[in-house]
Design a protein around this ligand. Structure first.
Ligand SMILES: Cc1ncc(C[n+]2csc(CCOP(=O)(O)OP(=O)(O)O)c2C)c(N)n1
Ligand SMILES: [Mg+2]
Length: 624
């Protein structure tokens, strides 16, 4: 008989998780920083009790379960996916609050482990508080909602199921190709049940984060394509950062002269002033990158999932001869756009390519075009940073002032609103991880908990959360968690009185900004076009424990930034901007389907333009 330890299911889970480590490039570290969550009757006596008896596995109380998952995702993102948190919730609403966070983590390929409480496995006392009943089966609960948004999902009906479920959870969480949210639903009664677990389950384990090499024949074909290409373009995605392949990318780009454009997740792969860096690409791309993409005969995608923003809804690549080589650890992504798939680690594949294409260099004309378009773009950024708009500044000026106040290692966190587009174009990234955009799910409410997670991942970096008024109103409450944990972040709240982004989109689809302004119900019209809502953001921030720094203009904004930097507490800077002065798009578009029939002239016109623009959408079915 092998040795056993008698523990509850919850105690065994925590004991196991505490002992999991990861190793990459020889460096070993614990995979979990601890647990985040909120207790209710569905986890307090099980997981709650287990956490209490494991003080070396820190527990952090958050204010909303969704925010716990965002915090874990932000932490994992700035840790290049080598560390994360466990998120625990009660059953019912506490659990379903985490579904949005799970989707965000899975879409962004960020590891988070969720342990939602679940209904009684024993069933005799059903329906328990918050139980979803079904007349057709007793084997369903709200936690089934996690199935499509988890990369691994399991329900632990018996204590011994942990012995096989936990290693599966770790396999997925530590897999660069498969990672995302992992959900282990934990029925409330089972959490507290004792079992004689094998001692082996609790030994220290180290999961090797592999760096797979590309297939030889695929590499040979990719090299052939590169050598034959005259207008090649690299697209750097999140995989470059997560795989710590920035230097390898820089060497490849410098040796070959191939310019590097960046996705939201990949921005910061090269510093903005690197000669080969042409900035953002796609729907929110720069002039330089979008022109290069349009004419490219070869696109080398590194660690990208080719979202519609990157491909400008499949209109970005117009050269009829364009081919793709995709370096990606995931088969799924590597095969996109009929590419030659290099299913491999980004760093390894780039190093091998660099050696194999020695002697190849882009032509002088192409290099000259890259240089001059890049210079033209930098001038455009300067223009937008200094519009001098009165009486309120434009958002681009706020971004410019913020950029000047930040240091090269500082981290900028954002996710939704007009900010991701503006920042993708204008932010001058200077270090890997410094540009932290959650743009897989673009989830309003990620910014504050995500920034707290980023700060926890690297306390040596100053972390800024850039949020709109709409986003702030959705989840300001994790400020309380930041205060509780004595964590300093700087929140920059740009108030344009509503949804500037969606308001602009609404106008573009012929709907005139309907439902996107912060205005009261108007008794005369029956619409939301009454007086402006007088939300006092500074008072709100103060009430939650932050230092509030309202700024009436750009000058005050700059001085508020200096004050915020000098503090050791979380602060919220509030600045009003002019909603209608926007950053344009640059020779690009995004497919948002306009109503096909309407009596409204503006909608009809938008539909006609839309149909014309759609003619540029392409399938990339490859050749050979
Ligand atoms: C959770 C969630 N709900 C809805 C949306 C759709 N959406 C995207 S941007 C936006 C408005 C954001 O407003 P604000 O934060 O004020 O930024 P602004 O658009 O004014 O720049 C909305 C509603 C979203 N991305 N996330
Ligand atoms: Mg707004």
């Amino acid at each position: 008989m092998s040795a056993t330890r008698r523990l509850t299911t919850a105690q065994a889970a925590i004991e196991f998780l505490k002992n999991q480590h990861v190793e990459r490039d020889g460096a070993v570290q614990p995979f979990f920083a601890g647990a985040l969550g909120i207790f209710g009757h569905g986890n307090v006596a099980g997981i709650g009790q287990a956490l209490q008896q494991n003080p070396d596995f820190p527990y952090i109380l958050v204010r909303n379960e969704q925010a716990a998952v965002h915090l874990a995702a932000g932490y994992a993102k700035l840790s290049n996916r080598l560390r994360t948190w466990v998120c625990t919730s009660s059953i019912g609403p506490g659990a379903t609050n985490m579904v949005t966070g799970a989707a965000l983590a899975t879409i962004n390929r960020l590891p988070v482990l969720l342990l939602p409480g679940d209904i009684f496995a024993r069933r005799n006392v059903a329906p328990v508080l918050q139980q979803l009943e079904s007349p057709g089966t007793q084997d369903t609960s709200v936690n089934d909602c996690f199935k499509p948004v988890s990369r691994y999902w399991d329900r632990i009906y018996r204590p011994e199921q942990l012995i096989t479920a936990l290693p599966e959870a770790m396999r997925v969480l530590t897999s660069p190709a498969d990672t995302g949210a992992v959900t282990l639903a934990m029925p409330q009664d089972v959490q507290s049940e004792a079992y004689d677990f094998p001692v082996e389950l609790f030994r220290r384990r180290t999961w090797l984060i592999r760096r797979p090499v590309p297939d030889r024949e695929s590499l040979r074909r990719a090299v052939e394509l590169i050598r034959a290409s005259r207008r090649p373009l690299n697209i750097a995605g999140g995989g470059v950062l997560y795989g710590e392949a920035c230097e390898a990318l820089a060497r490849f780009a410098v040796q070959t002269g191939i310019p590097v454009a960046e996705t939201q997740a990949g921005k910061g792969s090269l510093p903005y002033d690197h000669p080969q860096c042409v900035g953002s690409v796609g729907a929110t791309g720069t002039l330089a990158a979008n022109r290069l993409a349009r004419e490219a005969d070869l696109v080398i995608g590194v660690g990208s999932r080719y979202s519609d923003f990157t491909t400008a809804s499949m209109t970005a690549f117009q050269n009829p001869e364009v081919r793709f080589v995709n370096i990606n650890v995931a088969d799924f992504d590597a095969f996109k756009l009929s590419a030659i798939p290099l299913v491999a680690d980004a760093r390894v594949a780039l190093n091998e390519l660099t050696a194999a294409v020695e002697g190849y260099r882009v032509g002088d004309d192409y290099a000259a075009a890259v240089k001059s378009w890049k210079a033209e773009w930098e001038q455009e950024v300067e223009r937008l940073f200094h519009l001098g708009n009165q009486p309120r500044p434009a958002q681009s000026e706020v971004i410019g002032a913020l950029w000047k106040a930040t240091g090269p290692r500082d981290v900028l966190v954002s996710a939704a609103g007009s900010h991701p587009g503006d920042l993708h174009k204008l932010w001058r990234a200077r270090s890997p991880g410094g540009y932290h955009l959650e743009y897989g799910y673009s989830c309003m409410g990620y910014e504050i908990p995500g920034a707290i997670g980023a700060k926890m991942a690297d306390p040596s970096r100053e972390v800024f959360a850039f949020v709109g008024d709409g986003t702030y109103l959705m989840t300001p409450t994790e400020i309380v968690t930041a205060v509780q944990e004595r964590i300093k972040i700087i929140i920059v709240l740009v108030n344009n009185h509503g949804f500037g982004s969606i308001g602009g989109l609404s106008a573009a689809v012929g709907c005139g900004g309907f439902g996107t302004h912060d205005r009261a119900r108007n008794a005369a019209t029956g619409q939301l076009d009454g007086e402006r809502l007088a939300v006092d953001f500074a008072a709100n921030a103060r009430s939650l424990g932050a230092v509030a720094l309202p700024a009436a203009n750009l000058k005050e904004f700059k001085s508020a930034l200096e004050t915020a930097k000098s503090l050791d507490r979380t602060s919220v800077i509030v600045i009003e901007t002019e909603r209608e002065v926007r950053v344009p798009s640059y020779e690009s578009w995004w497919d948002v389907a306009v109503a096909e029939v309407s009596d409204n002239q503006a909608v009809k016109k938008a539909r006609a333009d839309y149909e014309k623009a759609r003619e540029f959408e392409r399938y990339h079915l490859g050749r050979g």
